[in-house]
Design a protein around this ligand. Structure first.
Ligand code: AHR
Length: 328
């Protein structure tokens, strides 16, 4: 009984401590670490669709080891139902904290409520959910994808500032319904939408993969002989599209200007080689910050509702300079 009362008092204190931290209200999740201070994290990864994702997985696994956190890792193969199954299994296993990168934005409330009822704190990493109830997760660590889209649009505006001719753009979107696909599209549109000469003549998902990027670009090239610019939501789709462009006898980076997002090594090499014109960085190295946040939420300490990753952009010259030190 005494234990129950102290748990309730602790729950009250936690709610007060976290008030104003957004994403931090709701159930008491502070008392779950395994008594001896050890922490077990259940991590549900999106998949292995891109170079970015491989680097992100490595960062999470290595940082868990360094932080002394036991990691239970699962790969959802880009399927929401696999992520929901993984989260339910982590709840059953009574892990201390759950972290996941949601493949799509919608449809998480039920499983997140289950975690909350089980008093297991959840951290969103890399991608957001669109749940209205922000008490369902403690914090969201990751990039500002809308800003990334804006940066891509801003480069385009500058590149074509002097002409009045129409600029025909094709867009390779990320996974349908995912936060980066929604936000990178919105940010780009926000910047170029004010100028009538910029025309997005085709826009389709390439699912963030190289193979799909190539396939969709081949179809774009057949349907539209007059493409000036490709905006790809990640490097991998851009790299696949480069193969399609070369296959069609055109010169990537010259006949068709290319903007991508991520800045993984392969993308940076293509930028340095002149096949891509501009890359907006999206850092996958989220592991160290994730482990720090996990330790805090397990202890019941307050954390910011949103932690935005710092990132930059690269021109061809900047890519040449940065490549030798590039970690991923
Ligand atoms: O959520 C981040 C995005 O997912 C990366 O930009 C993309 O490469 C990955 O698949």
């Amino acid at each position: 009984m005494l234990k129950r009362i102290s748990t309730l008092v602790l729950a009250g204190l936690t709610a007060v401590t976290l008030a104003g931290c957004g994403g931090g209200g709701g159930a008491d999740t502070s008392a779950s670490s395994g008594g001896d201070g050890s922490i077990t994290m259940g991590f549900s990864q999106v998949g292995a669709e891109s170079g970015w994702r491989t680097a992100n997985t490595k960062s999470v696994q290595e940082s868990a080891k360094t932080a002394g956190i036991t990691l239970k890792f699962s790969d959802a193969q880009q399927k929401q139902e696999n992520q929901i199954k993984a989260i339910r299994s982590y709840i059953q296993q009574k892990v201390d904290v759950i972290a996941f990168s949601p493949v799509v934005e919608s449809g998480w409330d039920t499983v997140l409520k289950e975690a909350q009822n089980a008093k297991i704190p959840v951290i969103l990493t890399d991608r957001a959910v669109d749940s209205k109830d922000t008490s369902l997760y403690k914090t969201f660590l990751g990039s500002d994808f809308v800003e990334e889209g804006r940066k891509a649009g801003t480069w385009l505006l500058e590149e074509y500032k002097s002409g009045t001719d129409p600029v025909n753009i094709v867009e390779l979107q990320g996974t349908t319904g995912s936060a980066p696909a929604n936000d990178r599209k919105a940010g780009f549109q926000e910047v170029i939408g004010g100028e009538a000469k910029f025309k997005v003549i085709a826009s389709q998902t390439g699912d963030f993969t190289r193979a799909k990027g190539k396939e969709v670009m081949e179809a774009f090239l057949k349907a539209h002989p007059d493409i000036d610019v490709l905006y790809a939501h990640n490097d991998d789709m851009g790299l696949g599209a480069i193969e399609a462009i070369e296959g069609a006898g055109k010169v990537p980076g010259k006949d068709i200007k290319i903007i991508t997002v991520d800045a993984v090594k392969d993308g940076m090499q293509a930028l340095a080689d002149g096949k891509i014109n501009y890359i907006v960085e999206c850092s996958p190295l989220l592991g160290p910050q994730l482990m720090d946040l996990a330790k805090k939420v397990v202890k019941g300490e307050s954390v910011p509702a949103r932690v935005v990753t710092e990132e930059t952009t690269f021109t061809q010259e900047q890519a040449k300079a940065a490549l030798p030190q590039r970690q991923y």
